[in-house]
Design a protein around this ligand. Structure first.
Ligand code: KIV
Ligand code: ZN
Length: 388
């Protein structure tokens, strides 16, 4: 039997904090509806106490969305929790996400406190949130740099206080995959009552390891992944939804874990978020980048045209992209040119193809990439020559 991973999307909270990515309420509702259609289980809609606009967005998203749980972020502060509960009052399923820093950096330098006082505040916040909603998630901020023994004490105490989900963020994107995996395993093995809560990963990408760390966490028992579309988020971003979901789908035989994501909606959701947030996706971004399914070298093009799986581990239609693209460049071979000519409706015999190919190479050395109108001109020249 396979296990189920809950997908918690924080594009509208952690993602939207990025400078220049702010959305208005109408745009946020559009993204929330797209996330619902994508099959996301939990949508983190905002941080209600932070501004009236954020508060209002959580209210409107709660009204607009039916199936996913709507989550609101708070600090371990009563007024934050009051605001979150108020903003969630229209949610069909509402969750309060409260928490506090547990690393030495946060305890001593940021909060000017002590480990014992932080533990008390964590428990008090969960108990306070429980007065409003059944579903309370606790985050141990900077868990990546927190001492495992202390973290386990905090996690055990908040579960006892009623937390239904315990979030273990690698806030600064510091850990290595094996370390993050071991941290989750440590909690699974050492926290009494851990089976009463879902363990969540929330990884940042400062060292480019957010997806690897998330997968390591899942392999060690986490069953909620906190992610964003296109990996958008603070600094180098959060774990990207599309990478985690497609890793689980492509490597299902090894990982044996399902999600509820309708993967065919991935590409259109990626485009929507990129356009609304004015945040371009890097061309070589895994899964959704412009080049993720583009083949440009002759050897690869020939291989893909013989059988897509020679060079592709994901069928592009699985993520809502119509087909792989064969980009014509000076590295392309005859097979790629012939393929493009056939798509354009030209049937050339061997001699004609050889002749067009020679001209094509001349042109491709001068131009970066060859478009259909260039190819049509090359065929036109060859036809004229034949008539003479
Ligand atoms: O990165 C982080 O620690 C967070 C928490 C607020 C969950 O975003
Ligand atoms: Zn974060």
């Amino acid at each position: 039997m396979s296990d189920r991973l809950y997908i918690f999307d924080t594009t509208l909270r952690d993602g939207e904090q990025v400078p220049g990515c702010q959305l208005n309420t109408v745009e946020k509702i559009e993204v929330a509806r797209a996330l619902e259609e994508l099959g996301v289980d939990i949508i983190e809609a905002g941080f209600p106490v932070s501004s009236p606009g954020d508060f209002n967005s959580v209210v409107e998203i709660s009204k607009a969305v039916t199936w996913p749980t709507i989550c609101a972020l708070t600090r371990a502060v009563e007024k934050d929790i009051d605001a979150a509960a108020e903003a969630l009052k229209y949610a069909k399923k509402g969750r309060i996400h409260t928490g506090i820093g547990t690393s030495p950096y946060h305890i001593y330098n940021k909060l000017n406190s002590t480990p014992e006082k932080i533990l008390e505040r964590a428990v008090a916040a969960v108990k306070y949130a429980k007065k409003y909603v059944e579903d309370v998630e606790f985050y141990a901020e900077d868990a990546g740099r927190s001492d495992n023994e202390y973290l386990a004490r905090v996690v055990e105490a908040v579960i006892k206080a009623g937390a239904t989900v315990v979030n273990i963020p690698d806030t600064t994107g510091y850990t290595l995959p094996y370390e993050f995996g071991e941290k989750i395993k440590y909690l699974v093995d050492n926290v009494r009552g851990i089976e009463k809560a879902v363990i969540a990963t929330h990884c940042h990408n400062d060292l480019g390891m957010a997806t690897a760390n998330t997968i390591a966490g899942i392999m060690n028992g986490a069953r909620q992944a906190e992610v964003t579309i296109n990996g958008i988020g603070e600094r180098a971003g959060n774990t990207s939804l599309e990478e985690v979901v497609m890793t689980l789908k492509s490597r299902y035989q090894v990982l044996n874990i399902d999600t509820n994501i309708n993967t065919k909606n991935i590409y259109k959701t990626s485009r929507l978020v990129s356009n609304l947030m004015n945040m371009p996706v890097q061309p070589n971004k895994a899964i959704v980048g412009r080049n993720a399914f583009a083949h440009s070298s002759g050897i690869h093009q020939d291989g893909v045209l013989k059988n897509r799986e020679n060079y592709e581990i994901i069928d592009p239609t699985d993520v809502g992209i119509n087909e792989s693209s064969i980009v014509l460049t000076a590295r392309s071979g005859r097979a790629a040119l012939k393929h493009r000519l056939e798509i354009m409706g030209f049937e050339l015999n061997k001699e004609q193809l050889d002749e067009v190919y020679e001209k094509f190479l001349d042109l491709a050395d001068k131009k970066k990439d060859i478009r259909d109108d260039d190819v049509a001109l090359l065929v036109g020249d060859a036809e004229q020559k034949e008539r003479r």
